[in-house]
Ligand binder design. Structure first.
Ligand SMILES: Cc1ncc(COP(=O)(O)O)c(C=O)c1O
Length: 466
């Protein structure tokens, strides 16, 4: 109801106009957009302006592009509102929140089969990106210690990862001066699976990242197999290379849906695992976790102390202040759902993913890349030679007019010629909603197929970031 002018930046006025329904006698009817208003407004008016502007965001339920949770139940909402003031770093002021944080990562250490859960160490983070930075830093520091102890150079650390890693790992390598050694994926090796790993690993390798649920497609990387190849490399060269598992999505799926898959601390080389609580951990945005197998995996000189109940508490984080409420929400969900509850929620998402991928596989236009049986995420491409009238980008645009956000994007280096479209099935995408999505996909394909000439390609949007 405010005077927002979305999508027309160049024509945007430098004031926000107030709807006369909400303005009060004596109140300004326009507020400056980009500078602090000189005076006060009534809270109701300010609320209405922000509320109305935020309403212009997309509809989260139709957003099949994001992995991030968008719904929590009313009890979680109540808890969230009650605890929004807690600062996670103030362990002394909020000892109960601090204790709950510790309980949460211990629960995760146990869920991820740490051989001795009592000796694991972990922390909450703002998401998987911060967790990846911390996991990567620990790898780098461990490697530096070992190299210095052996009197060797620490000049040129490298990290081995799939070319399909999430951008947070590129950031890690860039920010912390670590050479990123990307192993390209291909049609024969759709994920990092240990193939030719010996060409990438050397004495400067601080670790290998294995992804449980590749962002591009949702497929798991075979951690056990990668570890077996690293065993062979060790036997041949003596190099003992650790693995960090980026389980941003999969670390909260595999324990419930694929409990027999060996990907976690059961694999001896796995020294640390991260996950995003705000993805399949089912918490509102702003929370991730990283857990180390044992204290030896996290060099002590990375850990700082904050005061806690008159003593000291170790912390390892990039941020100082950050919200504590999400940690409480995570614990609420652990209690509320337990193992069985998480299983049911994740299974429901997987059932919908398999239903959708099964139907899309039947469409003559597409080739499935995977079917959503790892994490409930899958991707497909347009069958080679099917049409020259439209691309997946056009289909994404057509679906957007119906409210669906279904991204299309090129695969990473060496496969960039291949464009895929992806669906992330999250809690909330019901089977009914999935059926109506399929109906819309069919309608839009019929429209595109019936065109007499090709769609223009110039203006098509490819702006998707993982
Ligand atoms: C595999 C993987 N790693 C890391 C991230 C980054 O996670 P976050 O958004 O929690 O920082 C993502 C996000 O999609 C991801 O899919």
């Amino acid at each position: 109801m405010s005077g927002s002018n979305r999508g027309a930046e160049s024509e945007e006025r430098d004031v926000v106009a107030m709807n006369p329904l909400f303005s009060r006698p004596g109140e300004a009817t326009e507020l400056p957009r980009n500078v602090l208003p000189p005076g006060e407004s009534f809270p109701e008016t300010a609320y209405q302006i922000v509320h109305d502007e935020a309403m212009l965001d997309g509809n989260a339920r139709l957003n099949l592009a994001t992995f991030v949770g968008t719904w929590m139940d009313p009890y979680a909402q109540r808890l969230n509102a009650e605890t929004a003031d807690k600062n996670m770093i103030d362990k002394d002021e909020y000892p109960a929140t601090a204790a709950i944080e510790t309980r949460c990562w211990k629960i995760l250490g146990d869920l991820w089969n740490a051989p001795d859960p009592a000796s694991t160490i972990g922390t909450s983070t703002i998401g998987s990106s911060e967790a990846a930075m911390l996991g990567g830093l620990a790898l780098k520091r461990r490697w530096q210690h070992a190299r210095r102890a052996a009197g060797k150079s620490t000049e040129k650390p490298n990290l081995v990862l799939s070319s399909a890693v999430q951008v947070c790992w590129e950031k890690f390598c860039n920010y912390w001066d670590v050479e990123a050694r990307y192993v390209p994926i291909s049609l024969e090796h759709k994920v990092l699976d240990g193939f030719e790993l010996e060409k990438y690993v050397d004495e400067n390798t601080i670790g290998v990242v294995a992804i449980l649920g590749v962002t591009y497609t949702g497929a798991y990387e075979p951690v056990e197999k990668i570890s077996a190849v690293l065993d062979e490399i060790q036997a041949a060269t003596g190099l003992d290379v650790p693995i960090h598992v980026d389980g941003a999505s999969g670390a909260m799926i595999a324990p419930f849906l694929q409990p027999d898959l060996v990907w976690d601390f059961r694999v001896e080389r796995v020294v640390s695992i991260n996950t995003s609580a705000h993805k399949y951990g089912l918490v509102y945005p702003g929370l991730g976790w990283v857990v180390w197998r044992d204290k030896a995996a996290l060099p002590e000189d990375l850990v700082f102390s904050v005061s806690y109940l008159g003593g000291d508490m170790p912390t390892f984080a990039l941020n100082f202040s950050r919200p504590g409420s999400q940690v409480l929400l995570q614990y609420y969900l652990f209690l509320r759902l337990g193992y069985d509850g998480y299983y049911k929620v994740q299974k429901a998402s997987q059932d919908v993913a398999l239903y959708l991928s099964g139907e899309i596989a039947k469409m003559p236009q597409f080739d499935l890349w995977n079917d959503g049986s790892d994490i409930p995420v899958f991707a497909w491409s347009l069958k080679k030679g099917y049409t020259d009238k439209w691309t997946l980008y056009h289909l994404s645009e057509r679906l957007r007019t119906k409210g669906w956000l279904l991204p299309s994007y090129p695969m990473p280096v060496d496969l960039e010629e291949l464009t895929v479209q992806r669906i992330v099935v999250r809690n909330g995408l019901s089977r009914d909603l999935a059926a109506s999505l399929l109906g819309d996909i069919r309608t839009e394909i019929a429209f595109l197929d019936a065109l007499e000439s090709p769609m223009p390609v110039e203006a098509v949007s490819k702006g998707f970031h993982h």
